[in-house]
Design a binder for this molecule. Structure first.
Ligand code: ZN
Length: 181
């Protein structure tokens, strides 16, 4: 069997489909074109196909996430719809600091129906205090409130320093992105 001359190209088209191009597929006497690979070339092609398929999937996922985010931004946030982290009504003494932990008695979050209207940022559950390097984790209601309305809070708690600081002292864990931005 004759070896095909030239190069195969693997790529993505505008629809995110994986395309293989070859400049010169010469049909045989039965009208059939052949592409012949060594084992190494076949493995390389399989890796290329797989990589482009993964890229296509990931492009589609990012486009989808962007559409969801844009849709959420269109809906104004109702900051009056607020509750404590367990969903109970906001109390006048929730800001009192527990001397044992340094944390407030409780924290205000956006109510669940407001959070369900859509997130304009990813839901991130941990942040790093840049001054001491310690990572603090938070519960779902708080994390979702940041994701729905990044400007909802002005400060947050560091579990190592055991006190609250302005948000410009914190970044989301694994990023350089400031908490609240
Ligand atoms: Zn700290």
């Amino acid at each position: 069997m004759d070896k095909i001359q030239g190069f195969l190209e693997v790529g993505l088209n505008d629809e995110g489909e994986v395309v293989v191009n070859h400049s010169d597929l010469k049909p045989d006497e039965n009208g059939i074109g052949h592409i012949v690979f060594s084992a190494d070339q076949a493995q390389n092609l399989s890796r290329l196909l797989s990589r482009h398929a993964d890229q296509s999937d990931s492009d589609a996922r990012l486009r989808h996430e962007e559409e969801v985010r844009k849709a959420a931004e269109e809906i104004p946030v109702d900051r009056d719809c607020r509750v404590l982290t367990d969903g109970s009504p906001v109390t006048s003494d929730h800001r009192e600091i527990d001397p044992a932990t340094g944390q407030q008695k409780d924290y205000v979050v956006l109510c669940e129906s407001e959070r369900k209207k859509g997130f304009v940022r990813p839901v991130r559950r941990s942040y790093r205090h840049t001054a001491c390097g310690t990572v603090t984790f938070m519960g779902t209601a708080l994390a979702e409130t940041y994701a729905r309305d990044p400007g909802f809070y002005s400060g947050t708690f560091c579990s190592n320093c055991r006190t609250h600081f302005p948000l410009n002292e914190f970044v989301w864990e694994g990023t350089t992105e400031q908490v609240g931005s």
